[in-house]
Design a protein around this ligand. Sequence first.
Ligand code: AMP
Ligand code: ZN
Length: 113
Amino acid sequence: MSDCLFCRIIAGEIPSKKVYEDEQTFAFEDINPQAPTHTLIIPKKHIAGLKEAKPEDDALLGHLQLVAAKLARERGIENGYRTVLNVGPGAGQSVFHLHLHLIGGRKLGWPPG
Ligand code: AMP
Ligand code: ZN
């Protein structure tokens, strides 16, 4: 999708700080980090958000989580981190290409805001 910010990041048309890539996923540093680690893990396939995911995306959604776990292990933040999907504007979703936030490296409060 040529008008999607994250599709353009995957294509290299918009610069990003890439931290990981494989056949199905791409991960890069959030431009406005909310914690010492704040990385976005996204599917290369354009899916607008969790609401739009289809039954055939189940393995892909699980893979995003396992990429987050691998990055957290490598960052040494396994004492406590969070993976977050903001779903819909009411939850703060502002980019409509599904992205898993990996947030950690500081004490995380509960419940989230
Ligand atoms: P959300 O609010 O869940 O939709 O998350 C969107 C995230 O994308 C926010 O945390 C933004 O800081 C981040 N973001 C927006 N534009 C960029 C960009 N060009 N590069 C990296 N992160 C971005
Ligand atoms: Zn997209």
